[in-house]
Design a protein around this ligand. Structure first.
Ligand code: PMP
Length: 412
C-alpha cells in the first residue's frame, strides 16, 4: 500500500482535540446490540407452559442426545447438514469446537492411527486474519498454529495443499466459510472443492467448518456456499469435515443453541464420547427456539430484521473510512457477518490501538487476528460495529481515523 504523507502537527492537534473530548466507546467484540436482542424478546416467555416436543418428548426430562428434531430441521438447510447428521446441543458452538478438539486428543478419531494426545506433534492451519478464539483454543491444547494467508475467496489453497500433503502433523484447518471473521470473505466453490479433495498426509485431517454466520446477510446479494459435507463425501473423504453453527447472533448470544454436523462415522464417535459427558442437552431451550423461529423462513425473516438494524452501522464504517483514510488504509466491505477488517500501514496497528485506548476508544488488540496475537506486519485492526448505537459507531470510527493519521505521522 502506498501511503500519503501526513502532516505531524495537524495529526497531533487533531489527536489532542480527540483526547480532550473524553470519549468512552467500545468497538471490540462482535456482540449483538440490545435492539437486536429485543427482536427475540418472545423467547423470554416461551415455551409458555408447553413442554412437549412434537414427537411427545417431555423436554423437562433427561435424554435426547441429538437434540430436538424440530429445531434440527429448521437449521439443517442453513448449515447444509442433513437433519439426521445434525446435533442440536448446548448454548455455544465454541464450546462444541473445544470439546471436539479435546475429544480428538483423548479418543481416537475415525481414520486416526492414535489419539492426538499420543502424537509427537500436532499442528492446525490458521487462515489469517482469522478468529482469535479459534487460535486461543488450539493453543490451549499445545497445538502448533501455522498461519496461512486469506485471499478474496478463502485460504490460499496452494499453501494449504502443500502443507497438508507434506506434514502428517497438520491435523486440521480453521475455517469460517461464510462472511469470515474478520474479513467477511465467503469461501468460493473452488476453495471448498480443493479443501474436500486435497491429499492429506494425516489420515485424520479435519476441516473445522465454523459456519457461524451462515444466515447473517447484510444485503440481498447472498453468496452461495458450497456443501462441504457433500463435497468431502464425493471426494472420498467423507469424514473430513466437522460443521459448527449456533443461534448466538440469531437469537440470544450465550443463551442460544449450538449445532454440530458431520458424517455418520464421526457422529457415532461423537455420540459415544458425548454420552460420557452429558445425559442430554437443554431441550427446553431448544423447544422455545423451535416455537419462536418456527421454520427456515422464520429464521430468514428474523435475520432481515437484524440486517435492518446493523447494515446502517456497516455503511457508516465504510463511509467514514472512505472519507478519512482512503489515502492511508484499506478495508473490507463485507456483505454479511459481524466485522470489518482494516489494514493500516505496516508497523502502526499496535500504536493505533494504543492511541485509541488513550482517547477512550476500545479496539480489539492489534494482532488478535493472528496466531499468538502476533501479526508480523502489525497492520490488521478488526472493527466490530454491531453493538454500539449508530452515532457511537460513527464517533468511534472518526476517532480511529485520527489515531491512524497520528500513528502514521509519528512513524514517518
Ligand atoms: N465462531 C465464530 C467465527 C465467531 O465469530 C463466534 C462469535 N464471535 C463464535 C464462533 C462463537 O459462537 P458461540 O456463541 O456459538 O460459541
Amino acid at each position: 500500500m502506498t501511503t500519503a504523507p501526513v502532516d505531524v502537527d495537524t495529526a497531533r492537534r487533531d489527536y489532542a482535540a480527540l483526547v480532550e473530548r473524553g470519549l468512552s466507546l467500545d468497538i471490540t467484540r462482535g456482540k449483538p446490540s440490545p435492539r437486536q436482542l429485543d427482536l427475540s424478546a418472545d423467547l423470554l416467555t416461551l415455551p409458555n407452559g408447553q413442554y412437549k416436543a412434537e414427537d411427545g418428548t417431555d423436554t423437562r426430562n433427561y435424554g435426547g442426545l441429538k437434540g430436538l428434531p424440530e429445531l434440527r430441521r429448521i437449521f439443517a438447510g442453513a448449515l447444509q447438514v442433513p437433519v439426521e447428521q445434525l446435533f442440536a446441543a448446548g448454548n455455544s458452538s465454541l464450546e462444541l469446537m473445544h470439546d471436539t478438539i479435546a475429544q480428538a486428543m483423548l479418543s481416537t478419531l475415525p481414520g486416526a492411527a492414535r489419539r492426538w494426545a499420543d502424537e509427537p506433534r500436532i499442528a492446525m492451519l490458521c487462515p489469517v486474519p482469522g478468529y482469535d478464539r479459534h487460535f486461543a483454543l488450539a493453543e490451549r491444547f499445545g497445538i502448533e498454529l501455522i498461519p496461512v494467508p486469506m485471499t478474496e475467496t478463502g485460504p490460499d489453497m496452494d499453501v494449504v495443499e502443500r502443507l497438508v500433503a507434506e506434514d502428517a502433523a497438520v491435523k486440521g484447518i480453521w475455517c469460517v466459510p461464510k462472511y469470515s471473521n474478520p474479513t467477511g470473505v465467503t469461501f468460493g466453490a473452488e476453495v471448498a472443492g480443493r479443501l474436500a479433495a486435497m491429499p492429506a498426509a494425516a489420515p485424520d485431517f479435519r476441516i473445522i467448518w465454523d459456519n457461524a454466520y451462515a444466515v447473517h446477510h447484510l444485503t440481498e446479494d447472498e453468496p452461495e456456499l458450497a456443501d462441504i459435507l457433500a463435497l468431502c463425501a464425493e471426494a472420498g473423504n467423507p469424514d473430513r469435515a466437522f460443521v459448527f453453527g449456533s443461534t448466538s447472533k440469531i437469537t440470544f448470544a450465550g443463551a442460544g443453541v449450538g449445532f454440530f454436523g458431520a458424517s455418520e462415522a464421526n457422529l457415532a464417535w461423537w455420540q459415544s464420547v458425548l454420552s460420557k459427558r452429558t445425559i442430554g442437552p437443554d431441550k427446553v431451550n431448544q423447544l422455545r427456539h423451535a416455537l419462536f423461529l418456527k421454520d427456515a423462513d422464520g429464521v430468514r425473516a428474523l435475520m432481515r430484521q437484524h440486517a435492518e438494524l446493523i447494515a446502517p452501522k456497516f455503511a457508516a464504517v465504510e463511509r467514514i473510512l472512505a472519507e478519512e483514510l482512503s489515502d492511508l488504509a484499506t478495508w473490507t466491505k463485507p456483505t454479511g457477518g459481524y466485522f470489518v477488517s482494516l489494514t493500516v500501514p505496516e508497523g502502526t496497528a499496535n500504536e493505533v490501538v494504543r492511541l485509541a485506548k488513550e482517547a477512550g476508544v476500545a479496539l480489539t488488540p492489534a494482532g488478535a487476528t493472528h496466531p499468538h496475537g502476533d501479526d508480523p506486519a502489525d497492520a490488521v485492526i478488526r472493527i466490530a460495529p454491531t453493538f454500539p448505537e449508530l452515532a457511537e459507531v460513527e464517533e468511534a470510527v472518526r476517532a480511529l481515523a485520527v489515531c491512524v493519521r497520528l500513528a502514521v505521522a509519528q512513524r514517518a
